[in-house]
Design a binder for this molecule. Sequence first.
Ligand SMILES: Nc1ncnc2c1ncn2[C@@H]1O[C@H](COP(=O)(O)OP(=O)(O)OP(=O)(O)O)[C@@H](O)[C@H]1O
Ligand SMILES: [Mg+2]
Length: 547
Amino acid sequence: MHSRRVGVIVSGSLVGGLEMKLDEWYSVEDIRAGKFVVIEGEKSRFFCMVTDVRLDTTNPQVLADPPDEEEDLMRQVLHGTTTYGTVCLRPLLMTDKDDAPTAQANEPHLVKTIPIHFSVVCEAEEEDVNRIFGSEEYGARYFHIGRPLDMETPICIDLEGFIERSNGVFGKTGTGKTFLTRLVLAGLIHKDRAVNLIFDMHSEYGWQATQESGSGRRGFVKGLKQLFGSKVAIFTLDPESARRRGVQSDFAVKIPYNQIMVEDIAALADELNLHPTAVESSYLIVNRHGRDWLSVLLHQDPKDIKDFADEIGAHPESISALHRKLKRLEKFDFLQEKVVEDAVYKIMEYIDKGVHIVLEFGQQSSFLCYMLVANILTRRIHDLYVQKSERYLASGRPQDKPKQLIITIEEAHKFLNPMAARQTIFGTIAREMRKYFVSLLIIDQRPSSIDDEIMSQVGTRITSLLSDEKDIAAVLTGVSNASWLRSVLASLDSKQQALLMGHAVPMPVVIRTRDYDGVFYSAMGHVEGEELAQKAHANIADLFGDR
Ligand SMILES: Nc1ncnc2c1ncn2[C@@H]1O[C@H](COP(=O)(O)OP(=O)(O)OP(=O)(O)O)[C@@H](O)[C@H]1O
Ligand SMILES: [Mg+2]
């Protein structure tokens, strides 16, 4: 039997949720939206989330004439009898009551009924949490991501369920998206569930990242490379910046102009302020010059533009605009006429060996650069994955099975807004689910800007505080009967709290995010003082034989 009683069920419905009268010894102020409680029904137990709290009275007269501040005794007399708290609950899962709590047969299932009148409501216990969310002790598929609002028992996500789809981490700025993402990535790496490719716009995942402390001071936390050594490789677009920050990168990414396609430029139309006709005329250059189109264009002298336009049959104005705007690309050092080593093959080589890749942007952290590079690399990696998957489908041999790849992108709406989602490779990946063993982990503070169809494909949503109604509605896209979750989302703390819902958890739940600290590092197998990072280079070189 449960130790701490919270109240009794007094009314409710399957569709609208339940109402509980709060016990008089329980303070309304201790009940928070998102709290996890259990109802002991007659035949079943119901696992519920608190969605709302309200003050009620049996006698409206009292409200017309409230007791004075000094009338403490009067307040106490009224409290719990005439005045009381009502708590709204949303039952989310139920189990049959008779079975032993550990019996496999008694799996929690969806709620199809409601408990009888005056069923007792209790605080959830460790056993309940483990039973629903699993426990790291049950196997490597479970990863401890946080704790319930007012309990110390870990809440786990099911990594198997997680990698089955594309997933998202949402929340306002500063709510802990990057920390949560780093946590989840560490879980995936530690438990070896998928290979990750992370487009690390602000260089926060690979090597150390800054952590703001309460007093405004800054500390540092370890990046994935520091935690996992040779399991993680750092690729960089800005070797200078890496060197300055003392990061030993494994590979400097260079991209030849002839890998940039018109589609990549079209995806940057907003950033480059390009008119659709300018994009159209790029195709005319491609018709004449093929893969060298961009080099040819950039090499034109402005005064020869008119002749060039005539030659390819384009409008001089639009070629001139295109020329002027694409000139901006020339300032990126990583774009070169010819490169010695193809970054995409390099990435694939690492992925095939199960090494996770963090691509740091260093000082090149403009949207323009981020989107350009993420698009080019992902498009080609996806092509290679499609080939690999088809080979596997044809042969059926286990050794041909591609490793599940998860691509992490920040500011995902830039890639997945309704316009871009139709054009960019990221839209394709999100829509085709994991047919080709590639899925996305998208991070965004403006989920309302992401295409609806894409949002509804996002399997697991980890959402921190959002205040904009549109953003709240967006993360609830495709969740039926979700209005009650709005109040829960809007009442999260501004840091380190999140609502989990979707494939990786059997029911929506609010967590306090696990601390990303020394305790976590050790749980990930990191040994303080052991210079993993130094060894990491040697180890990665070993993996590839000669280097
Ligand atoms: N799990 C955690 N463990 C420790 N500290 C955390 C955790 N989550 C959040 N924080 C604190 O909150 C701060 C902000 O977190 P984070 O950088 O992840 O926010 P964000 O949502 O990614 O913000 P932005 O939108 O600006 O990128 C961190 O610097 C850190 O101090
Ligand atoms: Mg961030």
